[in-house]
Structures are given as C-alpha cells and as structure tokens.
Write a protein that binds this ligand. Structure first.
Ligand code: NDP
Length: 326
C-alpha cells in the first residue's frame, strides 16, 4: 500500500498528529498533486487547534492551500509536471488538505503558477497574500486609487496585513498600518507603511462618524476595529473587509453609508471564481516585490506546523510562514 507523510486529524476533539496516510484513501478528484509547499494561515490555526469548527469531515488532513507539481491528471488543462497553486474550495475543511506530500483535487480548483513565481514564493504569499490582492482589486473596482487619500491596513503585521501593506505601498498609496505590536514598526515601514497607528486607537467603541482619515481600508480584524475603520473613512471611500481576528461582530451604525457614501466591500477567497483567482495570482507575480516577500517570510518543516497553528492564534506570527513539505 502506497503511503505518504501527512498531518492528520483523526476525529473531532483529537490533537493533530504527523503520521502516514494511504494514497488509496485520498478523496475524489481528477488531478493528483505532489505537494511541495504549504503555509500557515489564521484559518489553519483554527483547524489545527480546534478553536473553531473549520474541519467538517474526519479524518482530515488540515491545510487550506498548497503549491506543488501535478503528478497525474485526467483534467484537460493539466498534465504531469505542471506547477500549480490551490487556495480554498473547502480544502482542509471538507476535502483532504495541504499538510501532506500528496493531494487529489478537482482540476477546476487549481491555478497554474504564473511565470516568475516558485512554489515557495506562492506559499509565502499563500491564501493570506492572495486575499490581500483580492481586497486591493475590490477597492480598485470601486474606483479608488492613491490620489484619493491614505489607505488603512488593520492587523498589519499579520499575513494578510503584511502583504496588503506591501501591495498598497507599491501602487503609491500612503499606507497607515494599524498594529498591536509597536515593536514591528520598523518591519512595517520596511514593507512600505508611511504611518503606524496603534491598534488601541481603533479597538474601542467609537462614534458613528469620526474624523475622515482614509479613503480606503483593508480590514482583517472585524468588530469595533471595522466599525471605526468605516466611521473614519472619507466621503466616497470604501473598506474591504476580509477578516475576524478581533471578532466576528460588527457594532457599527449606518452613518458612514448614508452620510458619507462609504462602501463596505466583503471579500471571500474560498469560493472566489476562477477568473478572479487567475487575475489575482498574475498580479501578485508582477506586483509583489520579492525582497519584501522574503522580509516577511519564515520557513519551517512539516513537523513544526502544529505548533505554528497555536502561535498564529496567539498573535505571535509576524508576516508569513512557508511550510516545506516534499
Ligand atoms: P494573522 O494571524 O497572520 O494576522 C492577524 C493579525 O490581526 C495579527 O497579526 C494581529 O496584527 C491582528 N490581531 C490579532 N488578534 C487581534 C485582536 N484580538 N484584536 C485586534 N487585532 C488582532 O492572520 P491572517 O493574516 O492569516 O488572517 C487575518 C484574518 O483574515 C483572519 O481573521 C482570517 O481568518 C481572515 N482571512 C480571511 C480570508 C477570506 O477569504 N475572507 C482569507 C484569509 C484570511 P497586529 O499584531 O499587527 O495587530
């Protein structure tokens, strides 16, 4: 029986274990991928620790995204040797996931790795970075650009936040980076932040409308932080909301929407349609500075992924983590 190394959650409530998994037990799909790299996103932390019901099938191999090489395929667009990346579609939630040497998935879920990106780069970006790009694209679709004023990024020293800061700065935005870790100010300025805003200034319940401070925002935190990001948005601006690191609630008023024409743009990466993914990955390959990507990335082997899941929920991870698998 062919076996491969994988992190496995055997059943609900049990700790994940690094062990072996039988190829015969892989789920249905028309492409089998030799996974070489994965990463640790906030959602992976929730799955690995069981802190939220991310995993909805057992046994499960957690891990919501991977990069690797096609081993075999009956999908018309893929052949053995193609370099591919996968984000979401329930991988690591309902479909066996990324912390494994092999994965079998639907070819329609995959994106071919754009020229110029290695598998390690793709996972340094990961779902966090791809979501940061989806947020930037949502703001641009709303007609916003750097000439309209500053852009706020919340949870700036985290994964989505770090990539968002680098992408916005590269496009010429004046980036206001909100963080609860003042010791990361030099890191964030190195990524292109123009100003550092202490997390506490956005964390407390605020007024329905505040001073107009930014034309756009990428929010990874939710709750009062998102409410304040909206309340301090300039007339005609928009907030792209993708995260809940500070809470799932939204204690806001309608004042920013009806008095300042502010828009709240929801961003989901998991079920995003394929053309949007392809555009996001192509733009990441072109627009994300590789030196900045390297500055925000640490690399770990597969046997450290469980601890990294605990660390990310504790807010101890800066930027991005690449997991080397095969
Ligand atoms: P990280 O843990 O890397 O980053 C989250 C950051 O949020 C932390 O680094 C910290 O930044 C800040 N933070 C953490 N806890 C709190 C708190 N209690 N109050 C305020 N700020 C806090 O996670 P990711 O970047 O991977 O993900 C960020 C969020 O985006 C998560 O909620 C995740 O689930 C969501 N997400 C959503 C996606 C989608 O499809 N919509 C896709 C990817 C991620 P700092 O130290 O700088 O303050």
């Amino acid at each position: 029986m062919a076996l491969f190394r994988a992190v496995v959650l055997a059943e609900k409530g049990r700790e994940p274990m690094l062990g072996e998994f039988a190829e015969a037990d892989l789920m249905d799909g028309d492409v089998t991928v030799r996974v070489t790299h994965s990463t640790v996103n906030y959602k992976d932390g929730l799955a690995l620790t069981g802190k939220a019901p991310v995993v909805r099938r057992f046994p499960m191999i957690p891990g919501i995204d991977f990069a690797g090489m096609v081993e075999s395929s009956s999908h018309p667009e893929y052949r053995a040797g193609d370099a591919v990346v996968l984000n979401g579609w329930g991988t690591g939630e309902t479909h066996l996931g990324a912390y494994a040497e092999k994965s079998r998935v639907r070819g329609d879920w995959l994106v071919k790795l754009p020229d110029g990106l290695t598998a390690a780069d793709a996972m340094a970006i990961g779902t966090a970075g791809y979501t940061a790009m989806l947020c930037l694209m949502a703001l641009e679709r709303h007609g916003l650009g750097p000439e309209r004023g500053p852009a706020l990024v919340t949870g700036a020293a985290g994964g989505v936040g770090s990539v968002a800061v680098a992408l916005l700065a590269r496009k010429g935005w004046h980036v206001v980076a909100s963080t609860g870790r003042p010791e990361e100010a030099a890191y964030l300025k190195g990524l292109g932040a123009a100003e550092i805003l202490p997390r506490s200034e956005l964390a407390e319940p605020g007024r329905p409308l505040g001073k107009e401070r930014w034309a756009a925002a990428i929010d990874t935190v939710g709750s009062t932080t998102l409410a304040n990001a909206l309340a301090m948005c300039r007339y005609g601006g928009a907030v792209a909301a993708c995260g809940l690191a500070g809470g799932m609630d939204l204690p806001a008023s309608v004042a920013p929407f009806i008095l300042r024409n502010v828009a709240l743009l929801g961003v989901d990466s998991v079920m995003a349609p394929r053309p949007l993914r392809q555009e996001a990955w192509a733009r990441l390959a072109r627009e994300l500075d590789r030196d900045k990507l390297a500055a925000m990335t640490a690399t770990i082997p597969l046997d450290r992924v469980i601890q990294a899941g605990h660390d990310i929920l504790a807010g101890k991870v800066r930027g991005r983590i690449v997991v080397e698998i095969g």
